[in-house]
Design a protein around this ligand. Sequence first.
Ligand SMILES: [Zn+2]
Ligand SMILES: [Zn+2]
Length: 149
Amino acid sequence: MRKAALHAAFHRAGMRLTRQRLAIYRELESRCDHPDVEHLFKAVKPRIPQISLFTVYRTVNALELAGMVWRVATWKGHARYDGAVETHAHFLCETCGKIDDVDTQGACHGLQEQARGCVPGNDVRRVDVMISGACAACAAARESAAQQA
Ligand SMILES: [Zn+2]
Ligand SMILES: [Zn+2]
């Protein structure tokens, strides 16, 4: 998101665009690993030493309420976030917690249409598709462990 658009979005969310909030948003926007709040905090901290974990929590919550970031999953009790809010699905590795984007735009839009068609007047805001299993690395590790047993 460009800075002017960000200003407007933060304003709509009732927040001032502070340096700390901008850094948190930019960090999340630039990543594709869907981090939790603690990972975001650790990534931003070297640049903004005075930032607190609490500030990161509050900011991410506010951004989520404003629809500027997505909470895509909860893994081992930690909410995981995405800075990309255009429609896409996710693949979660249940073993290591890796979350990858899955390009399913067409399928997701199809689901949106179905939800609208299901009950006329439904206002569909978002399609949330989570596919789960084991990532390639975890599947390979499981395979080799099974061979050794
Ligand atoms: Zn994995
Ligand atoms: Zn994603």
